[in-house]
Ligand binder design. Sequence first.
Ligand code: A3P
Length: 289
Amino acid sequence: MMSDQQLSQKYLAYHGLFLPKCGYEDNIKDFKTFKVQEDDVFVITYPKSGTVWMQEIIPLLLNGGDFTPVQTIPNWERVPWLEATPALFVDKMISPRAMVSHMPYHLMPSSFFSSKAKIIYITRDPRDVLVSSFHFHRMANFLDDPGTFEEFAAKFLAGKVFYGKWADHVKSWRNPDIGDRILYIKYEEMIQDLRGVMECILCFLGKQLSEDALDRVYEHCQFKNMKHNKMSNYSLVPENFMDSSKSPFFRKGIAGDWKNHFSPELEAKFIAAINEEMKGYGIRFYWDE
Ligand code: A3P
């Protein structure tokens, strides 16, 4: 946890987390009192775990494979960031609404806890999360410069990055109170078998899609295609906000890029730290498989 004195100019403090001021400063005040509806769908992730990918998939599965929204509405309006979007905008969305959030479980809006809203939670190998986040910090000007990879890894393990520690986020969303309202998905499963994952989501949401429609959605959501969708690749935002010349948002889209970034020493330290944080949670890890 970071004290207010340690916060850089780019962040604001929020219940022990720090969040980028940009986009949040005006909207976070509405977050706690946001009115959740029974048929809302929340995509919850720790940053850099595949959020934008799911912002593409979910509307298509909910609307029977109609490509109009993903071709005409930017992802941040199509499946808005709950904590960084005016409540008035989200209140006007047509049901069933899909939203994304990076918030830990205990900080969700009060009405969320008593609702039947469904949650899709994506985890990703934290080593790849770190790598993706490092490159994201290089291009996103609303975040601090990451420094060297080793420096950034130390900040990541200490939770001195936006939304805090990876392990705290993952643990918070394993709360048994959530019951069967949550579907856990791994980014790596999406890489290996996206069609299978989409079928699983359809079943969880009680929706159906023809084989043909599912094939089209599958194709559309491939990395090579999504990276050219200007409604999803952030090419619509000004360069002083996100600078793709430093690192594109759709960077590599693979599992295992950590191998190109970690020294053996850093890997050992990283695994030991995460294992320690996750002790007693019975979660099998990427490095245990
Ligand atoms: P990399 O930086 O490793 O390439 P988020 O949306 O949570 O910020 O996560 C971003 C990560 O998801 C980036 O990872 C991005 O490339 C990856 N991603 C987005 N769409 C993808 C897709 N269709 N297939 C595979 N990876 C995807």
